[in-house]
Every structure is written in C-alpha cells, then in structure tokens.
Ligand binder design. Structure first.
Ligand code: BGC
Length: 490
C-alpha cells in the first residue's frame, strides 16, 4: 500500500468493480469520439459526388468537425465546472444525436457542414469530459487503467465506423447506392451514430456525479455518498477524503479562465506543459494514417483493395495494442511509456521517410524501390503499435489527472482544444506537404517524435498512484504558478 493510500485509509480491493462499470459508461463518449471522427471516411467520396463538391470544399466538410471539436473542448471544461460533469455529458449526447440525424438527412453541402460542426462540438465535449470524469471517480491505483478505457473506446469507435461503413457500402453495392427505405448507404453511415448517442445519453443520466465537482459546489454530503459507493470507504475515511478535496478546491470566487492566467507566460507553466503534451500527440502525424491511409498506400503503388484492407488491419492493430497500455500504465507508469513511445515512433517514422524517399515513377505511377514497399508498410503499423500503446492513451490519462482540482476544468479544456487544433493543422497541411515531398513530411513527423522524447524527459514527472489532491506538489513548475494564480483569490 502506498503512503497516499494509507493517508486516506483506503482499502485497495474494495469496490473496484463499481468503478470499472462507471468508467466504462463514461467512456461511451470516447466511442462516439472515435466513431464520429472517422465515419466520414467511407461516406466522403459518395457525398462529394451527390453534392458535386470540389476537392477543396470536400476538405472543408471533413475538417470542419475538428474545428467543432476544438470549440466543444474549449467550452466543455468551464461548463463542467459550472453545471457538473454529467449535465455536460448529456449535452454532448444530444449534439451527437442531432448531428447523426442532420448529417444523414443533409440536403446540401453547407447543411452537412453545419451538422458536422455540431457533431464536432459533441466530440470535443466527450474528449474533455471522459478523462476528467474517469480520473475524478477512479481509485488512484487504477486511475491510469480506467482512464485508458477512454482510448480503448476511441479506437473501437474508429474500428466500428470503418467496419460499418464498409458493410453498408458492400451491402448497398457502393456508398452512393440506395439502401434501406430508399436512403443512400452513405446517409445510413451517419444515421447509425444515433444508436451510440442514445446509449451515451442514458449513461449520463444513470452514473453518479463526480465527487470533486460536488465538493466544489459545497455538496459534501452527496460527495461522501458517491465516494462510499464507488470506493467502498466509510466513516472517518470518507470524511478525511472529502476534507482533502475541499482543501484542494477551496476558493472565494467561482472558477474562471483567470485562474490559469500567468502574468509573465500568459498561461501557467503547467497549462503550457499540457498544451505541448496534447500538441505533440498530434504532430507525430497519427491521424494522417487514420484519415488518409487508403489514399497514401495507393499513391505509392499498392492497389485500391489492398490499401483498404491495410487500413482496416491498422485499425485492428490500434485496438489490440491499447491493451498493452491498460496493462502497463499503472505498473511501469506514464513517463516510461511515453519515453519508449517517442523513441519507437521516431524510428518507425524515419523508416517511412526513407521508404517514401525511394519513390520513383514506374510506367506513369509512383512506386517504392524493391523491398521498401513492405518495409514502409511494416514501419507504418509499428508506428501505430508504438502510438497506440503509449501516447494514444497516456496523453488522455495525463490530461485528466495532471492538473490540480482548482484549475482542472479550464486547464483541461485549453489543452484538449490544443489537441484538436493541432489535429486540424496536421490534417489540413498533409495534402500540401505530400505534394511537396512525402519523405520530407514523414521526416518532419519523425523530428516531432524525437522532440517529444526530450519534452517528456524534462517536463513530465511520474503521476502513477498519486492522489489528485497531491498533484500540485508533483509538477514543480506548477507550484510556482499556482501561488501566483491564487494570490488574488485567497
Ligand atoms: C487521438 C486521436 C487519434 C486516436 C487514434 C487518440 O488518442 O487523440 O486523434 O485519432 O488516438 O488512435
């Protein structure tokens, strides 16, 4: 038993099952996050034909969801601090629901773009609320594992979206062909999203509110009840824990963006650390694989059906390796996983850069040098292995737990919005960079992966097993900032 546990009189083995069930329920948002962000893949060509969209406009319809996600993330944190985690979760479910119906029945490109934006806001909300809520409800010794369920849900969402798209397209005889009820298959691809959004809404209505939020609103009795229910603690243990939470959230004014401001650096150093962590997760180019892999492989000489199969295989690999993270994150810790991930990704991306560097025109189409095709394909999948077992889940785990209670909502919102903006930048710039040089593009991602190693080495301390109430003391850079930030609020 760690010193932290004994301080709160915590009984490690009690009620773990209840915490797991609650975390799984909260992670349904992650499923929608993955599903909604990838469902467009299978529909994009058919809808571009139906609405006679130019390529640039198609890109806008795809990428607008990412902007919506940044907006959703930005507002979700403050809203979660004001209204509670569950109400915001419910709003997310409603947005997903509306967006699935709206996109499915869209009558024009601008109309579809609006519904994609609405869905994006839902994705942004889910990306903030899932990790926040799970970290706040989980016992510290299981927190990494339970928060990794969010990533498991995201990657399952991506996989199911791909599969459902492929199945609908195959059954209808093409994504643009008519399917059930005279509605085109590509429309059904979006409509399917109604099911998980209803499940998410029901979940939001049935799980308990976060004890950290309840204490923040002065509802200590209710918080104690939830802690008893989830952690199985009783009497003085619960009182002690509620007191520790109260101490960490005590304030005279309501939380606001002022709390994360810093006179000299604009934002508190710990918030910058969160922003960089979130941005690095995207700057290694992971979503180029998930959004463009099919066209990537066909552009370097693989045939279309092989390229499609390769994408599905990659998404399965992504699901499987998440299990590695779940198994290791509370044992070897977040830091080591990130460090190994950074190096592994840097090597794989460098191999891909070298592979693409061998491309030349053969009979009018681009091909890689003998042997390099397979090596580049292996490099890409090994890259997904390293990402999925480390940076994919661990970034979300850390964002949910690294900020002190008093600034969590706002800091999490800013860092997550940065993740979505970085995602948007990579997604939009890839087609341009690819036309310049694929080899250079992958060299750039490899460089970011290497840089992320040094970032983790110097800026990220280990948070495994620590109580959320103790987080302030761990991030050395944070303590200085917090004193300044709270100086005016008592
Ligand atoms: C990232 C997403 C990515 C997914 C793929 C998540 O952690 O935030 O941008 O699509 O992992 O596995």
């Amino acid at each position: 038993m760690s010193p932290d546990h004994s301080r709160y009189g915590y009984q490690p083995e009690s009620h773990a099952g209840r915490a797991v069930i609650i975390s799984v329920a909260a992670a349904v948002g992650g499923f929608l996050f993955g599903f909604d962000s990838s469902v467009i893949n299978g529909a994009v060509d058919a809808l571009a034909t139906d609405f006679s969209l130019a390529p640039a406009l198609t890109g806008v319809v795809v990428a607008i969801a990412l902007i919506g996600s940044a907006i959703g993330a930005w507002f979700a944190g403050p809203a979660a601090d004001r209204w509670g985690r569950l109400r915001v979760m419910f709003v997310g479910a409603i947005l997903f629901f509306i967006s699935s119906l709206g996109s499915g029945f869209a009558f024009a490109a601008w109309d579809l773009a609006i519904w994609r934006l609405v869905g994006g806001i839902g994705i942004g909300i889910a990306s903030v609320i899932g990790p926040t809520y799970i970290s706040e409800i989980a016992p510290s010794r299981l927190r990494g594992r339970l928060a990794s369920l969010q990533q498991m849900a995201i990657v399952l969402g991506i996989f199911v979206a791909l599969l459902s798209d492929a199945w609908l397209a195959a059954s209808a005889g093409g994504a643009g062909s008519t399917f059930w009820a005279g509605i085109a298959a590509w429309r059904w691809m979006f409509l399917v999203g109604v099911v998980p959004s209803v499940v998410y809404g029901i979940m939001a209505l049935s799980i308990p509110e976060s004890p950290r939020f309840l204490v923040g609103r002065g509802r200590d009795k209710k918080a104690a009840q939830v802690l008893e229910e989830v952690l199985g603690e009783t009497g003085p243990q619960v009182e002690q824990r509620v007191a520790a939470i109260r101490e960490s959230v005590r304030r005279e004014s309501k939380p606001s963006y002022q709390d994360v401001r810093h006179r000299k650096y604009l934002l508190l150093p710990i918030v910058w650390t969160g922003i960089l962590l979130a941005a690095f997760q995207q700057f290694v180019g992971i979503n180029v694989i998930f959004y463009y892999s099919t066209s990537l492989w066909s552009s370097v000489g693989f045939d279309q059906s092989f390229s499609f199969t390769a994408s599905v295989i990659t998404s399965v690999v992504n699901v499987l390796v998440t299990i590695i993270a779940i198994a290791l994150v509370d044992r070897i810790g977040r830091r080591l996983l990130l460090l190994v991930g950074s190096l592994g990704m840097a090597v794989c991306l460098a191999v891909m850069a070298m592979g693409f560097g061998t491309a030349s025109m053969v009979d009018g189409s681009l091909q890689l040098a003998p042997g390099w095709g397979q090596l580049t394909l292996i490099g890409a999948n090994a890259f997904v292995v390293f990402f999925g077992a480390t940076w994919g889940p661990v970034m979300w785990v850390l964002l949910g737990e690294m900020f002190p209670n008093s600034i969590r909502g706002y800091a999490m919102a800013i860092a997550t919005a940065a993740n979505w903006i970085a995602n948007w930048l990579v997604t939009l710039s890839f087609p341009i960079l690819r036309d310049m040089s694929l080899s250079f593009t992958y060299g750039l991602y490899a460089f970011f992966a290497l840089l992320s190693f040094f970032f983790v080495w110097f800026r990220i301390p280990e948070t495994k097993g620590k109580e959320l109430e103790d987080m302030t003391t761990d991030f050395k850079v944070e303590r200085r900032g917090r004193n300044q930030a709270t100086a005016g609020t008592g």
